[in-house]
Design a protein around this ligand. Structure first.
Ligand SMILES: [Mg+2]
Length: 224
């Protein structure tokens, strides 16, 4: 049974635009979690002569301070702050970048249904470029929007107004899907009508439950 959309045909007739987050939504968040929670602490510990546990604690404090800001995804910010070559480290484990099941089928489905599509991400240009090189998902989208283009993160309501001005979508006929709730809340405040939480972000972890009453999907299979 699909609780997100009981009548698929009726649902899709109300949608013109589909906005999709990248990390965790289209791509397996395992890559990002492994990168920030395992690889970076290892390299940071080696560099500063700390135990991995000490490095993790210090990094978690840094990470928490930047959550929800553009610094959080700014690879140049972290390279400078940690004195590590973050883009080069990402490159080393790029084989771990993978697309969630049914994503490509879903993107083809959207094309067949003649929906307008945009990938909408807080990811830094360098992450975005690496991920698109690895996955080739960029070919499926009409638009690719990075928060750095707008100058605000998706957690900021103004981001959505600026995006709307840029893409000219009707918020009443737009669907946005994200594995993180703060961007969904900001999009809701900005008037975007259809909002789904992607519960399965990291393939190695159980699905998360949405805390703010959003409809949730664990796989795009549920929407086709
Ligand atoms: Mg995400």
């Amino acid at each position: 049974m699909n609780r997100a959309i009981p009548d698929k045909k009726a649902f899709w007739s109300q949608i013109d635009w589909v906005l999709l987050d990248m990390d965790g939504t289209l791509l397996d968040k395992y890559f990002d979690d492994y990168f920030w929670e395992t690889l970076v602490p290892q390299k940071y510990a080696e560099k500063y002569g700390l135990s991995v546990q000490e490095a993790k604690e210090e990094l978690m404090r840094f990470y928490r301070r930047e959550e929800g800001t553009l610094n959080w995804t700014d690879l140049d910010f972290w390279s400078k702050k940690l004195n590590l070559d973050i883009p080069a480290l990402k490159e080393q484990i790029k084989h771990l970048i993978s697309v969630h099941p049914y994503v490509e089928d879903f993107l083809c489905f959207l094309r067949q249904q003649q929906k307008k599509t945009a990938l909408v991400t807080n990811a830094h240009y360098k992450s975005l470029a690496l991920k698109m090189r690895q996955t080739r998902l960029d070919h499926h989208f009409d638009h690719i929007i990075c928060a750095f283009d707008i100058g605000l993160p998706k957690e900021d309501k103004e981001f959505w107004f600026k995006l709307q001005q840029r893409l000219k979508f009707d918020p009443n006929r737009t669907l946005f899907i994200d594995d993180s709730e703060p961007p969904l809340l900001a999009a809701k405040e900005a008037g975007i009508k259809y909002l789904f939480f992607k519960s399965k972000a990291n393939s190695k972890l159980p699905p998360k439950l949405p805390l703010n009453g959003f409809k949730s999907i664990s796989s795009f299979k549920e929407l086709m």
